[in-house]
Ligand binder design. Structure first.
Ligand code: TPP
Ligand code: MG
Length: 702
């Protein structure tokens, strides 16, 4: 149907279904144009072009109940080209989707009201610039950094396959939902999109459908200046089913392509949708100008005329459109959910334990006995590597928590993040119940997929070397923004892999992650702190955690002599104090440098210098303690302080103060055995004692 043949909003008499479809599509378009115009910023062109697609998906295809946006078996919709957020705000509004709060309570009010849309991109509006999970109900994933949405969706698809495998029983298809993703040229150009597509193809995820907006436009103009590859061939190469819809306005053909997706087994589906950005705008269609700026009042008017829309109205939502959505997604989604709810009740009586697992998981709670059998490591001067302790703990936890799963980016044996118990298995196309995910050398897609798994309510971890967190950082950032309880297991946390040299030795990573709001960074000092770190992390429901673990063995401290590792739960704690009386100097460290400080402390005590050692595995957690507790660990009047950490010194002044000293890294590392590096960069007890003495103005006595 051509745009100019659109029915007028106030056409007399009942409309045909085709007219209602077109009216609804044009309503999405005009809401988007009006919102961007009002905000004087945003992206009108893509919503105008993709309105028919998003309309078809939502009102004709998706099983999503607007009354319950978190119903577990709903189809997922991810807008990877998050700049086109008005598409999502429009359909959430028109479908009458209701809000849910952080405690998973269904609220009566709209997820996105018309007032929110009028206040698009303004403070407090539920129609922000980009889709934000946790802020707007019905948003399945935060998107905006191009490529993240598509990559996250691969984790969602893995999760669906895993859930179906574990929980479905004959006649009980508890999990059979699909994942739909809309994406753009940017998502296809970003490396993470390629990593994710490659992984999804390998895993044969046939529950996953990406629809690519092939509009030949990005910000700098026509994509002929930069992006000319044969994308169909690329996705065929990845093992996807590739379809093409040559006209983004043809909703029947879009519907047909989605039918083909439903029938396709053993491959994900990639639909190339040829569209015209700014569709209907006489002067801006097919130009980059339609991407990132309002059309302008006059152009909005002309475009509305083209759509057959009343030119002088703004934010107009005809009642017929609301009714049409209610009869479409409202009815279909409501029925699907009530059928599922009945099915689940029958399932609950037949499989009560499995049903309980699903209930717990939905609320991000842990099963009874989740920490049963966690190891206690005996004192041992030789000790055990952080990564080895982590592997042992993870394996215990994963046996207690059936929905804890994860993997590494081709470093399972080095990170010790493999689940090795009987029946753990590997997640592969033929074995979707596996608990070990083989992400391949794809750190960025791994972290995004871990987000997708967590968005699907599984407890997921991803592992690699701390240095390669740089390759995963954008997804970790979104994890924190989305408040997901993901777990990043990062080993080789300092110079422990000495001979590999500076390319493999993190320096600035800890400081930068500590700067990330909401991310819990933990660098445990020995095996028992590793246990406590996991105990703490597992209980998080809304924060991601990053564990920085050593490659090399760390002495297991004698906890009958030094304080219990349970102090970790407060971020920092007094590990060792001088006998009687107040300390005159404080040594504070994390990870591998804690035992070094213990050695220095013993030397100082022997000299009659009263030192205290503070183990500080987590700045973040410490910062959340009361002032009184923090002052008890770091008494303000003890200003002689030395911090020791094999990482950038950046930020440590907040704990040692102006008069304190920091032994850390100010340069990159070097390629040499660890012992030599420790000497070269000054990580030795003598240097600590020397600084301590200098700070309190004492000379060495013997
Ligand atoms: C990782 C990342 N880099 C850059 C941007 C800024 N940006 C927003 S949209 C866009 C490109 C727009 O082109 P396309 O993806 O084809 O979307 P379209 O304009 O066709 O909707 C860019 C570079 C971004 N959002 N994310
Ligand atoms: Mg484009």
């Amino acid at each position: 149907m051509s745009a100019t043949a659109n029915p007028l909003v106030n056409s007399p008499g009942p409309m045909t279904n085709g007219q209602l479809d077109q009216l609804s599509i044009n309503c999405i378009r005009t809401l988007s144009m009006d919102a961007v115009q009002q905000a004087k910023s945003g992206h009108p062109g893509t919503p105008m072009a993709l309105a028919p697609l998003v309309y078809t998906l939502w009102n004709r295809v998706m099983r999503f109940d607007p009354q319950d946006a978190i119903w577990p078996n709903r189809d997922r919709f991810v807008l990877s080209n998050g700049h086109a957020s008005m598409l999502l705000w429009s359909v959430l509004h028109l479908s009458g989707t209701r809000a849910v709060n952080a405690e998973y309570e269904r609220l009566g009010q709209p997820a996105v009201s018309l007032e929110d849309i009028r206040r698009f991109r303004q403070l407090g509006s539920k129609a922000p610039g980009h889709p934000e999970y946790h802020w707007v109900s019905g948003v399945e994933a935060t998107t905006g950094p191009l490529g993240q949405g598509v990559a996250t969706s691969v984790g969602m698809a893995i999760a669906q396959a895993w859930l179906a495998n574990r929980y479905n029983r004959p006649d009980f298809e508890i999990f059979d939902y699909d994942i739909y993703v809309v994406c753009s040229d940017g998502c296809m150009m970003e490396g993470v999109g390629s990593e994710a597509a490659s992984l999804a193809g390998h895993l044969a995820l046939d529950n996953l459908c990406w629809i690519y907006d092939n509009n030949h436009i990005s910000i700098d103009g026509n994509t002929r200046i930069t992006f000319t590859e044969d994308i169909a061939a690329r996705f065929l190469g990845y093992g996807w089913n590739v379809l093409r819809v040559g006209d983004a306005n043809d909703i029947d053909r879009i519907g047909h392509a989605l039918d083909v997706f439903h029938k396709t087994k053993g491959r994900p589906t990639f639909i190339i949708l040829d569209s015209h950005i700014g569709y209907g705008s006489p002067h801006k269609q097919d130009t980059a100008a339609a991407h990132g700026e309002p059309l302008g009042e006059e152009e909005v008017r002309l475009t509305k005329r083209d759509y057959g829309w009343p030119e002088d109205t703004k934010f107009l939502v005809p009642n017929a459109v609301r009714a049409h959505f209610a009869a479409g997604i409202g009815a279909r989604g409501g029925q699907a959910r009530s059928r599922w709810t009945q099915l689940f009740e029958a399932y609950r009586s037949k499989y009560p334990e499995l049903a309980t697992e699903i209930d717990l998981m939905q609320r991000r709670e842990l099963p009874a006995g989740w920490d049963r059998g966690l190891p206690v490591f005996p004192a041992d001067p030789k000790g055990i590597a952080g990564r080895d302790a982590s592997g042992k703990v993870l394996n215990v936890l994963a046996q207690n928590i059936p929905w804890l799963l994860g993997g590494s980016a081709d470093l399972a044996s080095s990170t010790k993040a493999a689940l090795t118990f009987d029946g753990a298995g590997s997640f592969e196309p033929e074995t979707p119940g596996g608990r070990n995910l083989h992400f391949g050398v794809r750190e960025h897609a791994m972290a995004a997929a871990v987000n997708g798994l967590a968005l699907s309510k599984l407890r997921a971890f991803g592992a690699t070397f701390l240095i390669f967190s740089d390759y995963a950082r954008p997804a970790i950032r979104l994890s924190a923004m989305m408040e997901l309880p993901t777990i990043f297991v990062f080993t080789h946390d300092a110079m422990g892999d000495g001979e590999d040299g500076p390319t493999h030795q993190p320096v600035e990573q800890l400081a930068s992650f500590r700067a990330e709001p909401g991310l819990v960074v933990l660098r445990p000092c020995d095996a028992n702190e590793v246990v406590e770190a996991y105990r703490y992390v597992m209980q998080l429901r809304h924060e991601p955690a990053l564990l920085a673990l050593s490659r090399q063995p760390l002495p297991t401290l004698d906890r009958s002599k030094y304080a219990s590792a349970s102090g970790l739960a407060r971020g920092a704690y007094v590990l060792a104090d001088p006998p009687g009386g107040k300390p005159e100097v404080i040594l504070v460290a994390s990870g591998s440098e804690v035992s070094l400080c213990i050695d220095a402390h013993e030397d100082l005590l022997a000299e009659g210098i009263r030192s205290r050692v503070v183990s500080m595995p987590s700045w973040d957690i410490f910062e959340h303690q009361t002032q009184a507790y923090r002052d008890s660990v770091l008494p303000p009047d003890v200003t002689a302080r030395v911090a020791v950490e094999q990482a950038s010194t950046f930020g440590w002044d907040r704990y040692v103060g102006r008069s304190g000293r920091v032994i850390g890294m100010k340069t990159f590392g070097a390629s040499a055995p660890l012992k030599e590096l420790q000497r070269k960069f000054g990580f030795k007890p003598e240097r600590v004692t020397e600084m301590a003495r200098a700070l309190i103005g004492k000379r060495k006595t013997n």
